[in-house]
Write a protein that binds this ligand. Structure first.
Ligand code: 5AD
Ligand code: SF4
Length: 416
Protein backbone atom coordinates (compact mmCIF):
# COMPACT_ATOMS: atom_id res chain seq x y z
CA UNK A 1 0.00 0.00 0.00
CA UNK A 2 2.84 2.38 0.81
CA UNK A 3 4.39 1.44 -2.52
CA UNK A 4 1.13 2.10 -4.26
CA UNK A 5 0.89 5.58 -2.69
CA UNK A 6 4.50 6.47 -3.50
CA UNK A 7 4.39 5.00 -7.03
CA UNK A 8 1.68 7.55 -7.92
CA UNK A 9 4.19 10.29 -7.07
CA UNK A 10 6.88 8.83 -9.30
CA UNK A 11 8.88 6.85 -6.75
CA UNK A 12 10.13 3.45 -7.95
CA UNK A 13 11.02 0.40 -5.90
CA UNK A 14 14.57 -0.96 -5.79
CA UNK A 15 15.72 -4.40 -4.69
CA UNK A 16 19.17 -3.00 -3.95
CA UNK A 17 19.33 -1.09 -0.67
CA UNK A 18 22.57 0.64 -1.71
CA UNK A 19 20.71 2.32 -4.57
CA UNK A 20 17.86 3.65 -2.43
CA UNK A 21 17.23 7.36 -1.92
CA UNK A 22 14.56 6.55 0.63
CA UNK A 23 14.57 3.57 3.02
CA UNK A 24 11.46 2.96 5.06
CA UNK A 25 10.74 0.30 7.64
CA UNK A 26 7.26 -0.75 8.67
CA UNK A 27 7.37 -1.42 12.39
CA UNK A 28 5.75 -3.38 15.18
CA UNK A 29 5.62 -2.43 18.87
CA UNK A 30 3.79 -5.44 20.24
CA UNK A 31 6.70 -6.61 22.41
CA UNK A 32 9.88 -4.86 23.44
CA UNK A 33 12.10 -7.24 21.45
CA UNK A 34 10.22 -6.34 18.24
CA UNK A 35 11.24 -2.72 18.81
CA UNK A 36 14.81 -3.70 19.71
CA UNK A 37 15.16 -5.41 16.35
CA UNK A 38 13.96 -2.25 14.58
CA UNK A 39 16.59 -0.19 16.40
CA UNK A 40 19.17 -2.55 14.93
CA UNK A 41 17.68 -2.01 11.46
CA UNK A 42 17.74 1.78 11.93
CA UNK A 43 21.48 1.65 12.71
CA UNK A 44 21.99 -0.54 9.65
CA UNK A 45 20.09 1.90 7.39
CA UNK A 46 22.23 4.74 8.74
CA UNK A 47 25.42 3.05 7.55
CA UNK A 48 24.30 3.92 3.99
CA UNK A 49 24.30 7.66 4.74
CA UNK A 50 28.06 7.85 4.22
CA UNK A 51 27.78 6.54 0.67
CA UNK A 52 24.54 8.31 -0.23
CA UNK A 53 24.16 11.89 0.84
CA UNK A 54 20.56 13.00 1.08
CA UNK A 55 19.38 9.51 2.04
CA UNK A 56 16.03 9.59 3.84
CA UNK A 57 15.29 7.03 6.54
CA UNK A 58 11.62 6.61 7.43
CA UNK A 59 9.87 4.73 10.22
CA UNK A 60 6.27 3.71 9.59
CA UNK A 61 3.60 2.08 11.69
CA UNK A 62 3.28 1.31 15.38
CA UNK A 63 6.74 2.32 16.55
CA UNK A 64 6.33 5.67 14.78
CA UNK A 65 3.01 6.13 16.54
CA UNK A 66 4.39 5.20 19.95
CA UNK A 67 7.68 7.11 19.94
CA UNK A 68 6.75 10.08 17.71
CA UNK A 69 9.30 12.96 17.92
CA UNK A 70 11.67 10.86 20.00
CA UNK A 71 12.55 9.01 16.78
CA UNK A 72 13.51 12.25 15.01
CA UNK A 73 15.47 13.37 18.08
CA UNK A 74 17.87 10.44 17.66
CA UNK A 75 19.10 12.05 14.44
CA UNK A 76 18.89 8.64 12.78
CA UNK A 77 15.37 8.99 11.38
CA UNK A 78 14.02 11.65 8.97
CA UNK A 79 10.41 10.62 8.41
CA UNK A 80 7.96 9.38 11.05
CA UNK A 81 4.54 8.23 9.80
CA UNK A 82 1.91 6.59 12.02
CA UNK A 83 -0.36 3.83 10.65
CA UNK A 84 -3.05 6.26 9.50
CA UNK A 85 -0.68 8.75 7.84
CA UNK A 86 0.51 6.85 4.77
CA UNK A 87 -1.43 8.99 2.30
CA UNK A 88 0.72 11.90 3.55
CA UNK A 89 4.02 10.16 2.86
CA UNK A 90 4.73 12.09 -0.37
CA UNK A 91 4.20 15.37 1.57
CA UNK A 92 6.35 14.15 4.44
CA UNK A 93 9.18 13.31 2.05
CA UNK A 94 8.80 16.72 0.41
CA UNK A 95 8.93 18.37 3.83
CA UNK A 96 12.27 16.70 4.50
CA UNK A 97 13.61 17.80 1.10
CA UNK A 98 12.49 21.33 2.04
CA UNK A 99 14.36 21.15 5.33
CA UNK A 100 11.25 20.79 7.51
CA UNK A 101 10.21 18.00 9.88
CA UNK A 102 8.66 14.93 8.27
CA UNK A 103 6.28 13.70 10.94
CA UNK A 104 2.59 12.78 11.00
CA UNK A 105 1.27 10.53 13.76
CA UNK A 106 -2.37 11.51 13.74
CA UNK A 107 -4.78 8.63 14.18
CA UNK A 108 -8.02 8.62 12.24
CA UNK A 109 -11.49 7.28 12.92
CA UNK A 110 -12.12 6.64 9.23
CA UNK A 111 -8.92 5.72 7.39
CA UNK A 112 -9.04 2.14 6.06
CA UNK A 113 -7.08 2.67 2.81
CA UNK A 114 -10.08 0.89 1.31
CA UNK A 115 -9.72 2.50 -2.12
CA UNK A 116 -6.01 1.75 -2.49
CA UNK A 117 -5.02 -1.39 -4.38
CA UNK A 118 -1.78 -2.52 -2.79
CA UNK A 119 1.30 -3.30 -4.86
CA UNK A 120 1.92 -6.92 -3.84
CA UNK A 121 5.54 -7.63 -3.05
CA UNK A 122 5.13 -11.20 -1.78
CA UNK A 123 7.51 -13.57 -3.45
CA UNK A 124 5.42 -16.52 -4.55
CA UNK A 125 2.36 -14.89 -6.15
CA UNK A 126 0.20 -17.66 -4.64
CA UNK A 127 -1.09 -16.30 -1.36
CA UNK A 128 -2.18 -12.71 -0.68
CA UNK A 129 -3.17 -10.79 2.44
CA UNK A 130 -6.20 -8.52 2.43
CA UNK A 131 -6.69 -6.08 5.27
CA UNK A 132 -10.39 -5.90 6.20
CA UNK A 133 -10.25 -3.60 9.20
CA UNK A 134 -7.85 -1.47 11.17
CA UNK A 135 -7.39 -0.64 14.83
CA UNK A 136 -8.85 -2.38 17.84
CA UNK A 137 -11.45 -1.47 20.48
CA UNK A 138 -10.55 -4.22 22.87
CA UNK A 139 -8.06 -2.67 25.31
CA UNK A 140 -6.60 -5.95 26.56
CA UNK A 141 -4.57 -4.66 29.52
CA UNK A 142 -1.15 -5.84 28.25
CA UNK A 143 -1.58 -4.67 24.67
CA UNK A 144 -0.22 -1.58 22.95
CA UNK A 145 -2.21 -2.04 19.71
CA UNK A 146 -5.24 0.11 20.64
CA UNK A 147 -2.83 2.99 21.33
CA UNK A 148 -0.69 2.63 18.23
CA UNK A 149 -3.43 1.61 15.81
CA UNK A 150 -6.35 3.60 17.17
CA UNK A 151 -10.05 2.83 17.14
CA UNK A 152 -11.52 -0.05 15.17
CA UNK A 153 -12.78 0.68 11.64
CA UNK A 154 -14.13 -1.82 9.12
CA UNK A 155 -13.30 -1.41 5.47
CA UNK A 156 -16.11 -1.10 2.91
CA UNK A 157 -16.91 -4.70 1.93
CA UNK A 158 -17.26 -3.73 -1.76
CA UNK A 159 -13.56 -2.82 -1.86
CA UNK A 160 -12.62 -6.07 -0.08
CA UNK A 161 -14.52 -8.19 -2.59
CA UNK A 162 -13.02 -6.15 -5.41
CA UNK A 163 -9.52 -6.73 -4.05
CA UNK A 164 -10.20 -10.48 -3.81
CA UNK A 165 -11.33 -10.44 -7.47
CA UNK A 166 -8.13 -8.59 -8.42
CA UNK A 167 -6.10 -11.24 -6.60
CA UNK A 168 -7.83 -14.00 -8.57
CA UNK A 169 -7.22 -12.14 -11.83
CA UNK A 170 -3.55 -11.73 -10.89
CA UNK A 171 -3.28 -15.51 -10.40
CA UNK A 172 -3.41 -15.73 -6.61
CA UNK A 173 -4.90 -18.97 -5.28
CA UNK A 174 -5.38 -18.02 -1.63
CA UNK A 175 -6.33 -14.88 0.30
CA UNK A 176 -6.04 -14.29 4.02
CA UNK A 177 -8.43 -11.70 5.46
CA UNK A 178 -6.64 -9.75 8.17
CA UNK A 179 -7.81 -7.81 11.20
CA UNK A 180 -6.96 -7.55 14.90
CA UNK A 181 -10.39 -8.93 15.70
CA UNK A 182 -12.12 -10.09 12.51
CA UNK A 183 -15.26 -11.17 14.37
CA UNK A 184 -16.22 -7.57 15.06
CA UNK A 185 -16.09 -6.67 11.35
CA UNK A 186 -19.22 -4.71 10.41
CA UNK A 187 -19.85 -2.53 7.37
CA UNK A 188 -23.44 -1.61 6.55
CA UNK A 189 -25.30 -4.89 7.24
CA UNK A 190 -22.35 -7.12 6.37
CA UNK A 191 -20.83 -8.82 9.41
CA UNK A 192 -17.83 -11.13 9.31
CA UNK A 193 -19.83 -14.28 8.54
CA UNK A 194 -21.43 -12.54 5.56
CA UNK A 195 -18.10 -11.10 4.44
CA UNK A 196 -16.54 -14.57 4.50
CA UNK A 197 -19.33 -15.89 2.28
CA UNK A 198 -18.97 -12.93 -0.11
CA UNK A 199 -15.21 -13.51 -0.48
CA UNK A 200 -15.62 -17.28 -0.76
CA UNK A 201 -18.17 -16.61 -3.52
CA UNK A 202 -15.57 -14.77 -5.63
CA UNK A 203 -14.26 -18.08 -7.01
CA UNK A 204 -14.81 -21.70 -5.97
CA UNK A 205 -11.08 -22.38 -6.38
CA UNK A 206 -9.92 -19.43 -4.28
CA UNK A 207 -8.87 -20.58 -0.82
CA UNK A 208 -10.00 -18.24 1.91
CA UNK A 209 -8.29 -17.88 5.30
CA UNK A 210 -8.54 -15.27 8.02
CA UNK A 211 -6.86 -14.07 11.20
CA UNK A 212 -7.30 -13.19 14.07
CA UNK A 213 -10.43 -14.37 15.89
CA UNK A 214 -11.28 -13.23 19.40
CA UNK A 215 -12.68 -16.01 21.62
CA UNK A 216 -15.29 -13.67 23.12
CA UNK A 217 -16.65 -12.74 19.67
CA UNK A 218 -16.31 -15.74 17.35
CA UNK A 219 -19.90 -16.49 16.40
CA UNK A 220 -21.83 -19.61 15.47
CA UNK A 221 -22.58 -17.88 12.15
CA UNK A 222 -18.84 -17.63 11.36
CA UNK A 223 -18.24 -21.26 12.34
CA UNK A 224 -21.22 -22.46 10.28
CA UNK A 225 -20.17 -20.36 7.27
CA UNK A 226 -16.72 -21.96 7.40
CA UNK A 227 -18.29 -25.40 7.53
CA UNK A 228 -20.64 -24.62 4.64
CA UNK A 229 -18.12 -23.28 2.08
CA UNK A 230 -15.66 -25.88 0.77
CA UNK A 231 -13.12 -23.19 -0.14
CA UNK A 232 -12.93 -21.63 3.33
CA UNK A 233 -9.98 -23.27 5.06
CA UNK A 234 -10.66 -25.12 8.28
CA UNK A 235 -8.21 -23.27 10.45
CA UNK A 236 -8.91 -20.88 13.32
CA UNK A 237 -6.27 -18.91 15.14
CA UNK A 238 -7.89 -18.39 18.53
CA UNK A 239 -5.50 -16.68 20.98
CA UNK A 240 -6.18 -17.96 24.51
CA UNK A 241 -3.44 -15.90 26.25
CA UNK A 242 -3.99 -17.73 29.57
CA UNK A 243 -5.94 -20.71 30.89
CA UNK A 244 -6.65 -19.10 34.25
CA UNK A 245 -9.76 -17.05 34.98
CA UNK A 246 -8.13 -14.58 37.37
CA UNK A 247 -5.35 -13.83 34.87
CA UNK A 248 -7.84 -13.61 31.96
CA UNK A 249 -9.84 -11.08 33.97
CA UNK A 250 -6.71 -9.10 34.77
CA UNK A 251 -5.75 -9.19 31.09
CA UNK A 252 -9.27 -7.84 30.34
CA UNK A 253 -9.89 -10.59 27.80
CA UNK A 254 -13.57 -10.72 28.75
CA UNK A 255 -14.04 -14.50 28.52
CA UNK A 256 -13.50 -17.36 30.93
CA UNK A 257 -11.74 -20.66 30.50
CA UNK A 258 -15.14 -22.35 30.36
CA UNK A 259 -16.38 -20.00 27.61
CA UNK A 260 -13.21 -20.60 25.60
CA UNK A 261 -13.53 -24.37 25.85
CA UNK A 262 -17.19 -24.18 24.82
CA UNK A 263 -16.19 -22.24 21.66
CA UNK A 264 -13.56 -24.89 20.86
CA UNK A 265 -16.18 -27.62 21.31
CA UNK A 266 -18.56 -25.75 19.01
CA UNK A 267 -15.84 -25.44 16.34
CA UNK A 268 -14.96 -29.13 16.57
CA UNK A 269 -18.61 -30.12 16.43
CA UNK A 270 -19.09 -28.20 13.17
CA UNK A 271 -15.66 -29.08 11.71
CA UNK A 272 -13.94 -32.08 13.30
CA UNK A 273 -10.92 -31.52 11.03
CA UNK A 274 -10.46 -27.85 11.95
CA UNK A 275 -6.92 -26.77 12.80
CA UNK A 276 -6.88 -24.71 15.99
CA UNK A 277 -3.85 -22.60 16.87
CA UNK A 278 -3.28 -20.05 19.60
CA UNK A 279 -1.16 -17.36 21.24
CA UNK A 280 -0.28 -17.38 24.94
CA UNK A 281 1.55 -15.08 27.29
CA UNK A 282 3.43 -16.44 30.32
CA UNK A 283 4.54 -14.47 33.38
CA UNK A 284 1.83 -11.83 33.22
CA UNK A 285 1.76 -9.56 36.30
CA UNK A 286 1.30 -11.58 39.52
CA UNK A 287 0.80 -14.93 37.69
CA UNK A 288 1.39 -17.72 40.24
CA UNK A 289 2.85 -21.11 39.47
CA UNK A 290 -0.59 -22.66 39.88
CA UNK A 291 -2.17 -20.14 37.50
CA UNK A 292 0.52 -20.88 34.93
CA UNK A 293 -0.36 -24.61 35.31
CA UNK A 294 -3.86 -23.67 34.13
CA UNK A 295 -2.32 -22.47 30.86
CA UNK A 296 -0.50 -25.78 30.51
CA UNK A 297 -3.70 -27.67 31.20
CA UNK A 298 -5.82 -25.72 28.70
CA UNK A 299 -3.15 -26.42 26.07
CA UNK A 300 -3.48 -30.15 26.88
CA UNK A 301 -7.25 -29.98 26.94
CA UNK A 302 -7.56 -28.24 23.56
CA UNK A 303 -4.62 -30.06 21.99
CA UNK A 304 -3.52 -27.16 19.80
CA UNK A 305 -2.00 -27.88 16.41
CA UNK A 306 0.48 -25.03 16.83
CA UNK A 307 1.01 -22.01 19.07
CA UNK A 308 2.94 -18.76 19.41
CA UNK A 309 4.09 -18.32 22.98
CA UNK A 310 5.60 -15.24 24.61
CA UNK A 311 7.07 -13.90 27.83
CA UNK A 312 5.00 -10.99 29.08
CA UNK A 313 6.64 -7.75 27.93
CA UNK A 314 5.52 -4.57 29.67
CA UNK A 315 4.43 -1.91 27.17
CA UNK A 316 4.49 1.69 28.43
CA UNK A 317 1.09 3.37 28.57
CA UNK A 318 -1.01 0.20 28.68
CA UNK A 319 -3.45 -0.49 31.52
CA UNK A 320 -1.24 -3.26 32.87
CA UNK A 321 1.82 -1.04 32.86
CA UNK A 322 -0.05 1.70 34.72
CA UNK A 323 -1.76 -0.55 37.25
CA UNK A 324 0.27 -3.68 37.91
CA UNK A 325 3.98 -4.22 38.55
CA UNK A 326 5.80 -6.46 36.06
CA UNK A 327 6.76 -8.66 39.00
CA UNK A 328 7.59 -12.08 37.56
CA UNK A 329 11.39 -12.38 37.32
CA UNK A 330 12.75 -13.00 33.82
CA UNK A 331 14.19 -16.40 34.83
CA UNK A 332 10.76 -17.52 36.00
CA UNK A 333 9.06 -16.25 32.82
CA UNK A 334 11.62 -18.00 30.66
CA UNK A 335 11.35 -21.26 32.57
CA UNK A 336 7.56 -21.19 32.20
CA UNK A 337 7.87 -20.30 28.52
CA UNK A 338 10.22 -23.22 27.87
CA UNK A 339 7.89 -25.57 29.69
CA UNK A 340 4.95 -24.39 27.57
CA UNK A 341 6.96 -24.63 24.32
CA UNK A 342 8.02 -28.16 25.22
CA UNK A 343 4.40 -29.13 25.87
CA UNK A 344 3.30 -27.56 22.56
CA UNK A 345 6.01 -29.45 20.66
CA UNK A 346 4.59 -32.67 22.09
CA UNK A 347 1.02 -31.62 21.19
CA UNK A 348 2.04 -30.62 17.65
CA UNK A 349 3.74 -33.97 17.16
CA UNK A 350 0.69 -35.80 18.48
CA UNK A 351 -1.60 -33.82 16.18
CA UNK A 352 0.68 -34.49 13.18
CA UNK A 353 0.91 -38.21 13.99
CA UNK A 354 -2.87 -38.43 13.80
CA UNK A 355 -2.60 -37.27 10.18
CA UNK A 356 -0.17 -40.01 9.14
CA UNK A 357 -1.96 -42.17 6.57
CA UNK A 358 -4.47 -39.44 5.69
CA UNK A 359 -4.78 -37.62 2.39
CA UNK A 360 -4.97 -33.86 1.94
CA UNK A 361 -5.35 -31.33 -0.81
CA UNK A 362 -2.48 -28.86 -0.54
CA UNK A 363 -1.71 -25.63 -2.35
CA UNK A 364 1.87 -25.66 -3.63
CA UNK A 365 3.81 -22.68 -2.28
CA UNK A 366 7.14 -23.52 -3.93
CA UNK A 367 10.32 -25.54 -3.38
CA UNK A 368 10.86 -26.75 0.18
CA UNK A 369 13.95 -25.70 2.11
CA UNK A 370 15.64 -28.82 0.77
CA UNK A 371 15.45 -27.59 -2.82
CA UNK A 372 13.69 -27.93 -6.15
CA UNK A 373 13.02 -31.67 -6.21
CA UNK A 374 10.92 -31.25 -3.07
CA UNK A 375 7.88 -28.96 -2.88
CA UNK A 376 6.06 -27.53 0.11
CA UNK A 377 2.53 -26.31 0.73
CA UNK A 378 -0.19 -26.19 3.36
CA UNK A 379 -3.26 -28.21 4.14
CA UNK A 380 -6.55 -26.38 4.73
CA UNK A 381 -5.88 -26.80 8.45
CA UNK A 382 -2.63 -24.87 7.92
CA UNK A 383 -0.12 -27.69 8.37
CA UNK A 384 3.07 -27.52 6.33
CA UNK A 385 3.61 -30.49 4.01
CA UNK A 386 6.72 -31.47 2.02
CA UNK A 387 6.94 -34.10 -0.72
CA UNK A 388 9.17 -35.12 -3.62
CA UNK A 389 7.81 -33.69 -6.84
CA UNK A 390 9.29 -32.49 -10.11
CA UNK A 391 6.01 -32.11 -11.99
CA UNK A 392 4.14 -29.35 -10.14
CA UNK A 393 4.78 -25.69 -9.46
CA UNK A 394 3.74 -22.92 -7.07
CA UNK A 395 0.00 -22.27 -7.32
CA UNK A 396 -1.00 -25.85 -8.23
CA UNK A 397 -3.37 -27.83 -6.03
CA UNK A 398 -2.14 -31.39 -5.44
CA UNK A 399 -3.29 -34.39 -3.40
CA UNK A 400 -0.76 -35.85 -1.01
CA UNK A 401 -0.73 -38.71 1.46
CA UNK A 402 1.06 -38.28 4.79
CA UNK A 403 3.68 -40.97 5.37
CA UNK A 404 5.58 -39.57 8.35
CA UNK A 405 5.92 -36.36 10.35
CA UNK A 406 7.94 -34.16 12.67
CA UNK A 407 6.37 -31.75 15.17
CA UNK A 408 6.53 -29.00 12.52
CA UNK A 409 5.97 -30.76 9.18
CA UNK A 410 3.96 -33.51 7.50
CA UNK A 411 6.22 -35.65 5.28
CA UNK A 412 4.10 -36.75 2.34
CA UNK A 413 4.01 -38.57 -0.97
CA UNK A 414 2.27 -37.32 -4.07
CA UNK A 415 -0.97 -39.08 -4.95
CA UNK A 416 -1.28 -39.76 -8.65
N1 5AD B 1 3.71 -9.08 25.98
C1 5AD B 1 3.80 -10.33 25.44
N2 5AD B 1 3.04 -10.76 24.44
C2 5AD B 1 2.13 -9.89 23.92
N3 5AD B 1 1.24 -10.04 22.93
C3 5AD B 1 0.56 -8.88 22.80
N4 5AD B 1 1.01 -7.98 23.69
C4 5AD B 1 1.98 -8.59 24.41
C5 5AD B 1 2.81 -8.18 25.49
N5 5AD B 1 2.73 -6.97 26.02
C6 5AD B 1 1.05 -11.29 22.19
C7 5AD B 1 -0.36 -11.84 22.38
C8 5AD B 1 -0.99 -11.57 21.05
C9 5AD B 1 0.17 -11.68 20.11
C10 5AD B 1 -0.02 -11.05 18.77
O1 5AD B 1 1.23 -11.04 20.81
O2 5AD B 1 -0.26 -13.23 22.63
O3 5AD B 1 -2.02 -12.48 20.74
FE1 SF4 C 1 -4.42 -6.26 21.47
FE2 SF4 C 1 -6.54 -7.42 22.60
FE3 SF4 C 1 -6.86 -5.82 20.45
FE4 SF4 C 1 -5.68 -8.24 20.15
S1 SF4 C 1 -7.82 -7.87 20.82
S2 SF4 C 1 -4.99 -6.26 19.32
S3 SF4 C 1 -4.56 -8.43 22.10
S4 SF4 C 1 -6.15 -5.20 22.48
Amino acid sequence: MVFSILAKEGYARTENIEEADVIMANTCSIRDNAEQRIWGRIDYFNTFRKKRSGLIVGILGCMAERLKDALLDTGKVDVVAGPDAYRHLPDLLQAVYDGAKGINVELSREETYGDISPVRIDKNGVSAFISIMRGCNNVCSYCVVPYTRGAERSRDWHTIVREACECVEAGYKEVTLLGQNVDSYLFEDVDFAKLLALVAGVSPTLRVRFSTSHPKDISDAVIDTMAAWPNICHHIHLPVQSGNDRILEKMRRRYTREWYLERVARIRQAMPDCGITTDAIVGFCSETEEEFRDTLSIFEEVGYDAAFMFNYSERPGTLASRNYPDDIPLEVKTRRLNELIELQNRLSLKSNKRDVGREFEVLVEGPSKKGDAQLCGRTGSNKMCVWNDTTHKAGDFVRVRVVDCTSATLLCELKK
